[in-house]
Design a binder for this molecule. Structure first.
Ligand SMILES: Cc1ncc(C[n+]2csc(CCOP(=O)(O)OP(=O)(O)O)c2C)c(N)n1
Ligand code: SF4
Ligand SMILES: [Mg+2]
Length: 288
């Protein structure tokens, strides 16, 4: 076969993707990420989940902060809002509060969410605003060329910690569990089927859903959160894990050496919009 002839399987694969409808949720912009970045898998996960759930593009919006991860809205064919560094959650909360019919997906990196934006996470969680927050954790600042982040491992060498990072990382899963998030899960970019399933569940949850996604930065971290290291370390939650038990969820979240993937915790309680309805009813009384 000459090199100009396309192998048949390419056409078959392309046809399968087209027929699956997943392309409908991809934008015309090709991702600008480095080849091999874990974020490609997350785009595929979100578009597949949208396709599976039959998400109406006119009623869905993706909101992001700033970072490699926050370029995400450009690559999906949903409404998008690329906001300021660390401000994804206030903007997403405002959008959902202004129009409760919208499906709102907030996305961003570990720096965006747990450094500059760290003060916003507890409030979105305790309010139980009905949005999904996908946190892309590569344990580094990717966009600004590889500085230590709040989730960087001890010992990581970066441009800001050339003699190894001496600080212990934050544990975002334990944080959001104690902040009061009503759906908390973890997945890994190297497990695309698991990722799609978790994104689908997170979006379907009524309330604040937080999905922590472990994702290698292949350009700036060659030693810590790599595909090899994460691939060997991640494990499924035990089959008897009780996702209604907060203490059991915290216990699982404590293990960062062999991080568990799956649904840690789910609770059903009124959302921010439900509580607003009550306030409106009290304020207007029998005037309606
Ligand atoms: C107010 C403000 N401070 C700092 C920056 C510089 N900055 C842009 S992205 C970023 C960190 C990105 O890291 P992360 O959120 O983990 O996303 P990643 O690139 O790793 O996906 C920083 C510090 C900025 N754009 N705005
Ligand atoms: S710098 Fe890292 S996080 Fe950013 S696109 Fe490249 S591999 Fe991905
Ligand atoms: Mg990062």
């Amino acid at each position: 076969m000459s090199i100009l002839e396309k192998p048949v399987f390419v056409d078959v694969k392309l046809r399968e993707v087209k027929e699956s409808g997943r392309l409908d949720y991809r934008s015309r912009s090709l991702p600008t990420w480095c080849p091999g970045c874990g974020y490609f898998s997350i785009v595929e996960g979100v578009t597949s989940a949208c396709n599976e759930m039959g998400i109406n593009r006119d009623n869905a919006v993706v909101v992001s902060g700033i970072g490699c991860s926050s370029r995400f809205p450009f690559f999906v064919n949903l409404f998008g809002f690329h906001t300021l560094h660390g401000r994804v959650l206030p903007v997403a909360t405002g959008i959902k509060t202004a129009n409760n019919k919208l499906t709102v997906i907030a996305v961003g990196g570990d720096g965006d969410g747990f450094a500059i934006g760290g003060g916003h996470v507890p409030h979105a969680a305790k309010r139980n605003v009905d949005i999904t927050y996908l946190l892309f954790d590569n344990g580094i600042y990717g966009l600004t060329k590889g500085q230590t982040s709040p989730t960087s491992a001890v010992g990581l060498r970066t441009s800001t910690t050339p003699f190894e990072n001496p600080e212990r990382p934050l544990n975002p899963l334990m944080m959001v569990l104690t902040y009061g998030a009503s759906w908390v899960g973890q997945s890994y970019a190297g497990r695309p089927d698991h990722l799609r399933e978790m994104i689908t569940q997170a979006v379907a949850h009524r309330g604040f859903s937080y999905l922590h996604i472990l994702s290698p930065c292949v350009t700036f971290d060659k030693t810590s959160k790599t595909y090899v290291n994460l691939g060997q370390a991640v494990r499924e939650l035990p089959p008897d894990h009780d996702s209604s038990n907060l203490m059991a969820a915290l216990e699982q979240a404590q293990d960062t050496e062999t991080p568990a993937i799956g649904l840690f915790y789910q609770q059903f309680r009124p959302t921010l919009a439900d509580t607003f309805d009550k306030v409106i009813a009290k304020a207007t009384g029998d005037k309606g």
